[in-house]
Every structure is written in C-alpha cells, then in structure tokens.
Design a protein around this ligand. Structure first.
Ligand code: G3P
Length: 215
C-alpha cells in the first residue's frame, strides 16, 4: 500500500519524505488555509514547493464547481509540475471534468467520496484515484472501512484501474485496516504514520539490548 501524507505543511512533508516511505501528498483548500497560504500566485508556488520535496504524486484541488472553471483551473495546475494530480469534487460537473482530464492524459483524484455509487462513477470517468473519506463517515456513525471494502469488491469485479486512496485517515488502526482491505493508498497525517512505529515492547527490548551491550 502506498503512503501519502495529507498536509500542505512543508516541514511535515519533508520529515515524511526523509523517512523514506512516502509515496505522495494530498492537499485540499482547508489544508492550504491552515498553512496560511493565500492568493493564487502563492498557492501555485506552494504546490511547486511541495512537488520539489517529494518524488510521488501531489494532489492539488480545483475550487471551481462548473465544468469550464474546473477545466481551466485543472489545466493550469497540471502545467505546474509533472507530479501534479488534479483533485476534483464528486459532483456532476466534476465527473464530466474527470472524464475530460482523463482524455487529455491529466491525472485526477476524485475527492469527497462517501458512497460506493460515487466511487463507481469516478472509476467510469477514468479517475486515477478515488478518495473515500473514512474518518468523516466514522464521525457520523457510518462505517468508513466498510466503504473501502465495498469499493475494493466493485473495482476488482470489473478490473477498474482507479486506485482507492483512503482519505480522512485519523489514526494508525485506520491505516492497518485499509491495508488489510486492499486500499491502494492511504493518505494520512504525519502523526498517524509515526504512530505505526510505536510499540512498548520495541522500546523495552531496545533498552534491554543497549544495557546488555555495555556488559
Ligand atoms: O484527505 C481528506 C482529508 O484532508 C480530510 O480529512 O480529517 O478533515 O476529515 P479530515
């Protein structure tokens, strides 16, 4: 399973890249705002800065909600860097835009997916990635991981190439469960990736080995 980091924070992206296990980055307008990135020029420059840190795909989201606007924005984003993936919301105009980008060879990430039907549409439109938001489903007492399982079954039934990118991942068990269910990618906060490292028996075992090495 690929690991993406879900942030626009350059220091965190660099830390994850330096760990050697990072396969890409996802951003969204909320994550950009959280870093205080404002104004079109600064936003575009920030995407390029991210692309220059990592070696994998970098999702950059359009904010238009009409087909023409999404196409204009998406084409400009795609021109920024070969690693840019145009992130498009799961709405009617978005599906049309994904189909258009697919025809142009521009990679897409269909975001804000909360149902298997939406994921099926994204795959039929040719999305490179589909982003089911598992944490936000859990937040409303709906099983986010069950959605990953449903999408995996549907995509495997028809050999759709769209990659399942589990999003809104909140903790290490989400990552492990996504891996068990066959998600292609999990996009995670740095804290969830680093939490995978932790086990008290590792810490106590290492302390013992280091103590014994001094004997
Ligand atoms: O990748 C989507 C993600 O940023 C949403 O996460 O925690 O805001 O639901 P969250």
């Amino acid at each position: 399973m690929k690991f993406f980091i879900d942030t626009a924070n350059l220091a965190q992206i660099k830390e994850a890249q330096d760990l050697g296990v990072l396969d890409g980055v996802t951003t969204n307008p909320s994550l950009m705002a959280k870093e205080g990135i404002k104004g079109q020029d600064n936003i575009l420059k920030h995407y390029v800065d991210i692309c220059n840190i990592v070696t994998g795909d970098v999702s950059a989201e359009v904010i238009s909600t009409d087909f023409d606007g999404m196409v204009k924005e998406g084409e400009a984003l795609a021109k920024l860097h070969p690693r840019i993936v145009v992130k498009v919301p799961m709405i009617k105009e978005g599906v049309k835009a994904i189909k258009y980008f697919t025809g142009k060879g521009i990679k897409t990430n269909c975001t804000l997916v909360f149902s298997a039907g939406q994921a099926l549409l994204a795959a039929k439109a040719g999305a490179t990635y589909v982003s089911p938001f598992i944490g936000r489903l859990d937040d409303v007492s709906t099983d986010g991981l069950a959605l990953i399982n449903d999408i995996r079954i549907i995509y495997d039934n028809y050999a759709y190439k769209t990659q399942i990118l589990a999003a809104s991942v909140r903790h290490p068990m989400h990552i492990i469960d996504c891996a068990k269910l066959g998600a292609d990618v999990a996009t995670c906060p740095l804290s969830a990736i680093l939490a995978l490292l932790k086990h008290p028996l590792t810490d106590s075992g290492l302390a013992q080995f280091l103590a014994d090495a001094k004997k």
